[in-house]
Design a protein around this ligand. Structure first.
Ligand code: GAL
Length: 423
């Protein structure tokens, strides 16, 4: 009897030890997942991300990617979900974040991120980025995210068919814009497609119209609080915006930004001002450049490039840190960027993208990025802090309907007084 008890105890002991050892091994062994959080759910955005995921899977077949997306352009909904998770101590392994104020003010200064300078250094990539790009992802001498692309905000997409039908030339200036817009209007065609069911699309249009009126230097100063909103050129920009609202599609408030870009390719509207993810959308739908769509700088903005950049970061306490480092190394690499950007409709943030992989539009965007005056996008987290942008979007929600320039000037100025950097 006693012998049996002894054997029983021994068996139990061995079994417990084995279980414990297995548990320890599971805890210590390499983690097998990687959660990537973004708002890329459709069109060229989802396809571009998938191309990079495929490349990751090829390199690391044992790691399962959890592609966590929250729909809504410009991060309309994703940013709120992310904030809840970060503040609740439940960060995704890595997340899409705009380079510039959105990254630095929202996540870095508040202490949520680990620096990733070591990733660029270890891979020998430090000198593969323009200094300006390194600058907007840096804080106190450390890099805090890996930029995977550069997008251009101030692009006018237009329908070559409609312009040919009415024998018109795509407008280079705001004045030309209104001339051609009159012709389209007289023929019952919306000259300008707007899809502002999410209000950022209106802010997106506004930043180009303001740039057209004030030029790049003053644009920079305006968004640093150094130019007043009652400046005559700024006022003219806001007035032009209200006039443009006379030429848009009736269903704009119910339409998504991608669908507004689609209106142009389908010949339902003549022009649309949107970032070059619209090109990614056209690629994904099989619309042909030169036939269904073409592009020019947004009217009045030739020579300037409103930039924004999508990047990925490493939150403190990321559950699968080693796998994030692998992902960020891929994001930083030429192979990763050249898999992603030709589909996404953006150009690489590195200086050595393989141009043969990019279409005519993206090659032209690379030329412009290298030679234009570069300014930062407001609508996409690069130029101003999130609280300021949120207020700008709120003002735009009302301004787009009431078209009250004086009231908008007062509100924009109050927002600048409250949120612009004080030094
Ligand atoms: C931007 C983002 C782009 C694209 C776009 C539309 O803010 O940088 O990558 O996703 O929103 O959703």
């Amino acid at each position: 009897m006693r012998k049996r008890i002894m054997v029983g105890l021994l068996v139990a002991l061995v079994a417990t030890t084995m279980l414990f050892a297995q548990g320890a091994q599971e805890r210590k062994g390499p983690s097998k997942t990687l959660e990537i959080f973004s708002w890329w759910t459709a069109g060229g955005e989802a396809d571009g991300l998938q191309a990079m995921i495929n490349e990751f899977n090829r390199q690391y077949p044992d790691i399962e990617i959890i592609n966590a997306t929250v729909a809504g352009g410009a991060g309309t909904n994703a940013k709120a979900v992310l904030a809840t998770r970060m503040q609740g101590g439940n960060p995704p392994d890595t997340f899409q974040v705009h380079a510039g104020h959105e990254l630095i003010d929202t996540w870095v200064v508040s202490g949520f991120m680990e620096p990733v300078t070591f990733i660029l250094k270890d891979a020998g990539f430090m000198d593969k980025y323009p200094a300006d790009v390194i600058d907007i992802i840096s804080y106190n001498g450390e890099v805090y995210s890996i930029p995977v692309n550069i997008h251009r905000s101030n692009v006018m997409w237009y329908s070559p068919k409609l312009f040919a039908q009415f024998n018109l030339t795509p407008p280079k200036t705001i004045e030309d814009f209104f001339k051609v817009a009159e012709v389209f209007k007289a023929n019952g065609i919306p000259a300008l497609a707007l899809g502002d069911n999410e209000i950022w699309a209106a802010t997106h249009l506004l930043e180009s119209v303001i740039l057209a009126n004030v030029g790049p230097d003053k644009y920079r100063d305006l968004w640093q609080g150094k130019v007043k909103w009652n400046d005559p050129q700024v006022r003219k920009g806001l007035t032009d915006y209200t006039k443009m609202m006379g030429y848009i599609n009736r269903d704009h408030a119910a339409l998504a930004n991608m669908d507004a870009a689609g209106y142009v390719a389908e010949g339902k509207a003549a022009m649309n001002v949107m970032g070059d993810w619209a090109a990614g959308y056209y690629y994904s739908q099989g619309f042909k450049q030169g036939v269904d769509w073409d592009w020019a700088p947004a009217p009045g903005t030739t020579g300037s490039f409103i930039m924004l950049s999508d990047s990925f970061g490493l939150p403190k306490n990321a559950p699968n840190r080693d796998n994030v480092i692998k992902w960020l190394t891929l994001c930083a690499s030429q192979a990763g960027q050249d898999a992603f950007n030709p589909i996404k409709g953006s150009i690489p943030s590195r200086i050595d993208g393989d141009r043969s992989k990019y279409d005519k539009y993206l090659n032209a965007a690379m030329d412009d990025f290298a030679s234009n005056a570069i300014v930062a996008s407001v609508a996409h987290g690069a130029a101003v802090s999130e609280p300021w942008l949120t207020r700008v979007n709120d003002i735009m929600s009302v301004f787009t309907t009431d078209l009250n320039v004086d009231k908008a000037i007062a509100e924009f100025q109050a927002a600048a007084d409250r949120y612009a950097p004080k030094n």
